[in-house]
Ligand binder design. Structure first.
Ligand SMILES: Cc1cc2nc3c(=O)[nH]c(=O)nc-3n(C[C@H](O)[C@H](O)[C@H](O)COP(=O)(O)OP(=O)(O)OC[C@H]3O[C@@H](n4cnc5c(N)ncnc54)[C@H](O)[C@@H]3O)c2cc1C
Length: 412
């Protein structure tokens, strides 16, 4: 990896955004022999105090694990620490509806892993350092994007100019590159915040992901390897803001009530943060010599923990098509493979987003006949093995039509 953008001003691909998704795309493309530049405003942390936990964690599916394994990133994540979960329990606070997924019903030793986002990003950047065809630029603020006859030009705030056959925007939900490319979004705020914290509980989490649907939204306890839990608590923005202001003691009391004592007493909390939630998708995933991946293309409700997983599938799918196009000797500035990428990923992501949206709405309804209907539905799914297996496979990311990397196959 080179860190000097001045060395080379023309690349085959420039990726803007070195988070989970952009760094995965860079890793895949570089291993496929593509000359790639990865731009971010700053370098991610690679080390931190041993006893600290990142507030941002993701439940990574088997498909995501396959991608990161095949790219050779997983060992770096294992070294830093990841937390397998073997069970998932979902229940309705309003009635007796319950869903239980157990890895014993699958061919795997776990359903997935809870991983701090900084762990995945640091392991990806470690891997990038070993790849000669990647240039990382960690002080890049893009101020302008323009179209060239055979590619795109990026102007950085400090005056540097970088050209590429293809620019990929992985710069998150509020993507400025997406706006510069003139791509509009459809979406709305959920009027819910995701409050996150790391919690010590009296009872063991039993390597189980717990999720209780409450009046304002779901409360999830995600098991961490140090015995603590990372929580994602969906609340109205007003409640979330007021809970951020509470003393630790008062917050833990609210949490204990909301969890119905499933993990016993709530003993300690880290600092807390809240993220406003949105349903949002880009009306197009691609433009001439330009593509969106990850949250820049879609932002979804975190209730089933699928945002990062969907983004990793985007990265794997686009990298596969870019590498295939290059191998076939076709120009990377061509539109054909970009259209293919959009067809491949947009429908899948929209289905996931609308399913999350529907689940969120289903549990936001408190009318009695509806509550009893959803409870009956949950219990029916729980007892019907083939439907449950279908849900399980979907939650683990094991669907048809996956990119090669997600099936543990190389795409180069
Ligand atoms: C509360 C909560 C819980 C969640 N839990 C889960 C979960 O369990 N499982 C799951 O799969 N997903 C989960 N998600 C979603 C997941 O966090 C996101 O989908 C994922 O982080 C998106 O990754 P990304 O790389 O696309 O974007 P980001 O992580 O936002 O990264 C964007 C990168 O672009 C850089 N950048 C931004 N602007 C510029 C610019 N102008 N120039 C250069 N660089 C730029 C940023 O510095 C950053 O590094 C959760 C989300 C929330 C809010």
């Amino acid at each position: 990896m080179s860190t000097q953008a001045q060395d080379q001003k023309r690349f085959e691909v420039i990726i803007v955004g070195g988070g989970l998704v952009g760094a995965t795309a860079a890793c895949a493309l570089a291993q496929g022999g593509v000359q790639v530049a990865l731009l971010d405003m700053s370098a991610p942390p690679r080390q931190w105090p041993v006893d600290s936990v990142d507030l941002r964690v993701s439940a990574l599916t088997k498909a995501s694990e396959n991608i990161l394994q095949t790219l050779g990133v997983w060992p770096g994540m294992l070294e830093r620490g990841i937390s397998p979960y073997k069970d998932m329990r979902v229940w309705d606070a309003k009635a007796d509806g319950e869903l239980h997924f157990d890895c014993a019903d699958t061919i795997f030793n776990e359903l997935g892993h809870i991983v701090e986002n900084r762990v995945t990003v640091a392991a990806l950047w470690d891997k990038l350092e070993t790849l000669p065809t990647v240039t990382c630029v960690t002080d890049a603020k893009v101020s302008h994007l323009s179209l060239l006859p055979n590619g795109r030009r990026l102007l950085l705030a400090d005056g540097r100019q970088l050209d590429a056959d293809l620019v990929i925007a992985a710069d998150g939900r509020d993507s400025s590159l997406r706006a510069m490319a003139g791509i509009e979004v459809t979406g709305w705020p959920y009027k819910q915040d995701g409050l996150v914290a790391t919690i010590s509980t009296e009872n063991s989490h039993q390597m189980t992901a717990w999720q209780r649907f409450l009046d304002e939204g779901p409360l999830a306890f995600l098991p961490l390897r140090n015995g603590q839990c990372s929580i994602v608590w969906t609340l109205s923005p007003e409640t979330a803001q007021s809970y951020l202001q509470l003393s630790d003691q008062d917050f833990l009391q609210k949490l204990e009530q909301a969890s119905a004592g499933i993990l016993g007493g709530m003993l300690a909390t880290s600092a807390r943060a809240a993220f406003p939630l949105r349903f949002q998708y880009a009306n197009q995933y691609t433009e001439s010599q330009f593509a969106l991946i990850g949250d820049a293309a879609h932002a979804m409700h975190p209730l089933a923990g699928q945002g990062a997983n969907a983004g990793l599938l985007d990265a794997a799918a686009l990298a596969e098509l870019v590498i295939k196009t290059k191998r076939a000797g076709r120009p990377l500035a061509s539109k054909k493979y970009l259209r293919q990428y959009e067809r491949w990923r947009k429908g899948d992501n929209l289905l996931m987003m609308t399913s999350m949206d529907a689940i969120n709405k289903t549990f936001a309804t408190h009318a009695l006949p509806w509550v009893s209907l959803r409870s009956t539905g949950m219990n029916l799914i729980n007892r019907t093995s083939p439907i449950k297996a279908l849900f399980n496979n979907h939650a683990m990311g094991l669907r048809d039509d996956l990119p090669k990397l997600a099936k543990k196959q190389v795409c180069w």
